[in-house]
Ligand binder design. Sequence first.
Ligand code: NAP
Length: 333
Amino acid sequence: MVLESLPVIHDALAPILANKQATDAIWIVGAAVVASTAIRALLFLGNTIYTSFLRPAKKLSKLGKWAIVTGATDGLGKAYAKALAKQGLSVLLISRTQSKLDEVAKEISDKYKVETKTAQVDYSKFSEDVAANLRKTIDSLEVGVLVNNVGISYTYPEKFDKLDEATLRNLVHINCDSVVLMSHMVIGQMDKRKKGAIINVSSASGLFPMGLLTVYSGTKSFVDFFSRALSQEYPNLYIQSVMPFMVVSKLAGLKRPTWNAPTPDDYVRSSLPTIGYEDRTLGYWAHKVSGLIQYLPFNLGEKFTYNTHADINKRYLKRQARITAEAAGKKSQ
Ligand SMILES: NC(=O)c1ccc[n+]([C@@H]2O[C@H](COP(=O)([O-])OP(=O)(O)OC[C@H]3O[C@@H](n4cnc5c(N)ncnc54)[C@H](OP(=O)(O)O)[C@@H]3O)[C@@H](O)[C@H]2O)c1
């Protein structure tokens, strides 16, 4: 069809192409588009290099004596806790498992010579009593930094109706309620002192809708909007939405780093110095590059991500079916 219409297009363009002034104008417009795209690409590259490697970081220990980190015993939370202790902040570590909390608290206080406290909290059961107790502890501390890091995802990408109710509730309670309530516990004292930082760990899954991770994607976009709106209300505070792509962790199911999936320590080393400069960050140079996917036309980014998730779903279910069949075979022998 296109080929058939080529002579028609050629005939239609012929008078324009025969006109030197018209072809000169086309060349000029074309060159301007190419030049402006090249300048924008260079500016993006320069900005990414400057903000990722060269810009001086804010001194976070000036914001208050204590940092609080939720989900602090593994992955990104542990990395944030270590990085903040390294800057001289004492750390209140929060997660579910007391033995892991004790281990990380000891590791941090031994290495960085700062005070540590722990609070055993399961955010899937964050009752009024548990919250009131935690609020009492927090009220007794001068909190400079809160990292709302705790979060869970799906075991594998799946359609919404296949998820059980407990999983749905956990995703919303752990990923959203924790962020709202923890922020509420510290913001009054930060606002009074006119200093403090709240770092909300969202996800690149909150950049645009990601089907087959629908609830995770929705909760992370909630964290992002909550964070950005809160930042408007409290311009004196540093309130940041952090939106990583893949980082090596249990949640991500990744054991080894790659060029675009750093270790949690490397990710935090890169994202922490953006505090005070960026209210919303992808945090790591390779993630900033991956983030360009959101600007592709015709929702190509969304379509590509959906197809990738559908593929992972198929492979996961196939592997599970094989494991079940092998187990059944062994039983019957
Ligand atoms: N890793 C990635 O690729 C990636 C990408 C984008 C965004 N993120 C976000 O980054 C955050 C951290 O992820 P991660 O990969 O570092 O996770 P992770 O390695 O699985 O660590 C999760 C931490 O949260 C704690 N935790 C889990 N469930 C909890 C609960 N119900 N109550 C209290 N604490 C709980 C865990 O300790 P216990 O088990 O002892 O409680 C652990 O300390 C999450 O919000 C995630 O959505 C991660």
